[in-house]
Write a protein that binds this ligand. Structure first.
Ligand SMILES: Nc1ncnc2c1ncn2[C@@H]1O[C@H](COP(=O)(O)OP(=O)(O)OP(=O)(O)O)[C@@H](O)[C@H]1O
Ligand SMILES: [Mg+2]
Length: 368
């Protein structure tokens, strides 16, 4: 699958653009703040109905304007797909596939698989566990339609259980029957989530390891582990043995809403011990293994967005990554970089065709 044409109006600092892409490698080069990442974000929008960076839709409209349009013409399974996203200030987002508006945006997710690798991914290492759970959930729900539904039901049951805990604590009601009811619901839903997360990580890890070893020339020992209290005991037992504590605190201390991913370099947390380049390599390996995973499950090669990927990486790692993504197992790629000459040099070593767009103050022009 690939995008042939992108049409933008008033998207962030890009007032107007009509861009024809190669089915292979496309690059955006220009100075800081030129609008390179904004183009990648527009592509992300068309796949996920939202920005990768700014969750407030209206803030993605150009500050001087009152609406934006993002439209992409794709080739998918030998058919043309026209995807349109429009937003007017103060109105709801309008999302269409081949002229027909979606009833639910969730129906669109997964149609145009895409993987973004961006400097902001470092949050995944540096921030708390919630982001890592969101990451897992985001990938799994791209190929498993049931997953998101189960997750929503779990969170609802969790809220109800917490409310029941609080009401018992405040002696408004000794509603232990109700508590047991929510326990039962939670256990049933948690098991499904747990099983799917285990399966996801089990399949992801070998590809991740292989990818990291390749890029780093086998120099470092790294690990990615799924951490969940359900590994040792069933949630039923955990909820019972922690009931007194939960009642005092007024919330549920055990469950899949506390899961995490352990990211390790030689048995130590990456966050504490890894260099900047090692962290970056870790994240790139993680995202590339996610790519491979989605490809396997969707049967379609996702679009790959590489935002500022070579920054902080040495020449060896940079060229290895480019060699890797230029292989046939990847399809359409978008790269942003501030250093055009350096990028061209690395691209030429791949022997593949590439197209360069110069970005300057929100204006985008193809290089002749
Ligand atoms: N809603 C908006 N309206 C107008 N301009 C915006 C809006 N949102 C973001 N911008 C502008 O877009 C520019 C950032 O563009 P972008 O992040 O694409 O830069 P970049 O070319 O990727 O730069 P870098 O090399 O630093 O990563 C900034 O100047 C920012 O102020
Ligand atoms: Mg950028």
């Amino acid at each position: 699958m690939y995008i042939k044409h992108l049409h933008l109006i008033n998207f962030k600092n890009i007032l107007q653009a009509d861009l024809d892409f190669l089915s292979g490698i496309n690059c955006f080069v220009g100075d800081n703040g030129a609008g390179k990442t904004n183009v990648l974000d527009a592509l992300y929008y068309l796949s996920f109905c939202k920005s990768y960076f700014n969750p407030v839709d209206s803030q993605n409209i150009n500050h001087e304007e009152s609406f934006f349009v993002i439209q992409g013409k794709y080739q998918r399974l030998d058919e043309d797909e026209l995807v349109y996203c429009g937003l007017k200030k103060g109105q709801k987002k309008y999302f269409k596939r081949n002229g027909k508006e979606y009833q639910k945006l969730a129906e669109h997710i997964g149609l145009l698989p895409l993987v973004m690798i961006s400097p902001s991914d470092e949050q995944l290492i540096n921030e708390g566990s919630e982001l890592r759970r969101k990451y897992m959930d985001g990938v799994i729900s791209q190929y498993d339609k049931e997953y998101l539904d189960v997750l929503i039901k779990y969170n609802r049951a969790l809220q109800q259980r917490n409310a029941t805990l609080k009401s018992i604590r405040e002696s408004r009601a000794q509603d232990f029957g109700m508590l047991e009811l929510w326990d039962e619901q939670l256990c049933h839903l948690a098991q499904k989530i747990y099983d799917k997360r285990v399966a996801f990580i089990e399949e992801l890890v070998p590809v991740f390891q292989e990818c990291y070893a390749y890029v780093s020339d086998n120099r470092e020992e790294i690990a990615l582990e799924y951490q969940s209290s359900l590994k040792e005991e069933s949630l039923k037992t955990l909820l019972l043995s922690n009931r007194t504590k939960d009642l005092i605190l007024g919330y549920t201390t055990k469950g899949v809403h506390k899961d995490d991913l352990n990211l390790l370099l030689k048995d130590f947390p990456i966050k504490k011990v890894a260099s900047q380049g090692q962290k970056k390599t870790f994240l790139i390996a993680l995202k590339l293994s996610q790519y491979e995973f989605l490809k396997r499950h969707n049967g379609i090669k996702p679009i790959l967005l590489l935002d500022d990927i070579f920054d902080k990486l040495d020449a060896n790692r940079s060229s290895k990554i480019l060699q890797l993504v230029a292989e046939d197992k990847f399809n359409q790629i978008f790269i942003t970089d501030t250093k055009k000459d350096q990028l061209k040099k690395i691209l030429e070593t791949t022997g593949k065709d590439f197209r360069i767009f110069n970005v300057n103050g929100g204006e985008i022009n193809i290089e002749n």
